[in-house]
Design a protein around this ligand. Structure first.
Ligand code: FAD
Length: 369
């Protein structure tokens, strides 16, 4: 090992979670290397909605999300990528959806409940009973934000070693397919693939894979552009702030009884529009130690159907379909310390874009103590 292979911090994984650690360590003046087995960022961090949905989080997730908000805006300015303080619009199409929003909004300063007409002025949907506007949420372009942050960190002196698989960690040494790297601290941020490197840790935490089906729709499909990410009643069952309200129980019962097929798909019907006008449509969820790569056409048909209904469209010109995969476990975050100076960090629910930067900063601060 030469001095070129010796760092203060080695990070495995160049997704948003790994980048969050690398950015925080670099900001603290550390010499940082990031290794990733892929040739570019191709994981969950570019396959998502780009929605920093902080207001709907609670507990630790909310704390990481609040910090991430500041970091997203800071790095968007420095690295020159698109991030908008769009807020989020939640569309309610039934009284029980509005009831969840009403119960939740009471504890959330700044959130505005909207009547049906006010909502219709902001988002091109019909048949709603009202909704809510969450002004502090952010939106980034999922295909651009993490790669732009990586380029920015590389230009600032963080070393990136692509096409370099990590094989394991022993005594301050990260073993890779291109040889060992010595580092004072090592962070393993490989998302759902944590079970490949640390199977016991992953099993103990109950980490499995969650696969998601997604669509990208051509620009101009909607009557008007989306001023903000759009959530629906299905999202009210998912994010911890909403789902903790007493009214969420009745909503779950109604949606599962009225739409057993969509409930079976574990639908989170939501939308973001990218700067080029394309519409990101999602998503379904299926979990297992492995997720089948074979995506049933019925999932995409269901996504298309609910989208046409919500926006009152005859046609939905689909440009792309893809599968996303992220780590899933009973707890939302896995942070383990298998040895001194080593941390295994995974976001184990679908909120890494919302929380990853703040999480990385928190873990690095702890490592530096
Ligand atoms: C369809 C979809 C929609 C989503 N929407 C949102 C959203 O709107 N808002 C939100 O907050 N979150 C969202 N998420 C969740 C979010 O995208 C993830 O939580 C987040 O991207 C996880 O980041 P990561 O860095 O842990 O994982 P990844 O981005 O998957 O990165 C892990 C990296 O580790 C590398 N790696 C793995 N094993 C090794 C190894 N042995 N050696 C070297 N490198 C290795 C991989 O190549 C990969 O680059 C969504 C996820 C999906 C899939």
């Amino acid at each position: 090992m030469t001095a070129d292979d010796t760092f203060d911090l080695a990070v495995v994984g160049a997704g948003i979670v790994g980048l969050g650690h690398a950015a925080a360590a670099h900001a603290s003046g550390l010499r940082v290397v990031v290794v990733d087995r892929a040739s570019e960022i191709v994981g969950a961090s570019v396959r998502n909605f780009g929605h920093a949905c902080l207001t709907a989080q609670s507990g630790q997730a909310r704390e990481y999300a609040e910090r991430s908000r500041e970091l997203w805006l800071r790095y968007a300015g420095r690295a020159g990528f698109w991030a908008r303080e769009s807020g989020t619009l939640v569309v309610a199409r039934a009284a029980d959806e509005l009831a969840v929003l009403e119960q939740w909004a009471g504890g959330e300063p700044g959130v505005t409940l909207l009547g049906a007409e006010q909502l219709a002025d902001r988002v091109p949907v019909a048949g709603t009973v009202g909704g809510a506007f969450l002004p502090r949420d952010l939106q980034v372009d999922p295909r651009e934000a993490a790669p732009a942050l990586a380029r920015h960190l590389a230009a600032e002196g963080v070393e990136f070693r692509w096409r370099t698989a990590a094989l394991g960690v022993t005594d301050g040494v990260l073993h890779t397919a291109r040889g060992p790297i010595r580092a004072e601290s090592i962070v393993v941020a490989v998302g759902h693939d944590v079970d490949h490197l640390f199977p016991d840790v992953a099993e103990k935490a109950g980490v499995v894979r969650c696969g998601l089906d997604m669509l990208l729709v051509e620009p101009g499909a909607l009557r008007a552009p989306l001023a903000a990410p759009v959530l629906t009643g299905w999202s009210l069952l998912r994010y911890s702030g909403f789902s903790a309200t007493p009214a969420a129980t009745a909503l779950r019962e109604r949606l599962s009884a009225e739409h057993p097929d969509l409930y079976e798909l574990d639908l989170n019907q939501m939308y973001t529009q990218r700067p080029d006008g394309t519409l990101v449509v999602g998503d379904t969820h299926y979990r297992g130690l492995a997720v089948a790569p074979f995506q049933p056409e019925s999932s995409f048909a269901a996504l298309a159907q609910v989208t046409r209904e919500l926006f009152g469209l005859r046609e939905l010109p689909v440009r792309e379909r893809w599968q996303g995969v992220y780590a899933s476990a009973p707890e939302p975050f896995l942070i383990a310390e298998p040895a001194e100076g080593v941390r295994i960090v995974s976001v184990t629910t679908g909120i890494g874009m919302t929380t990853g930067l703040g999480l990385g900063e928190t873990v690095v601060t702890d490592l530096l103590k």
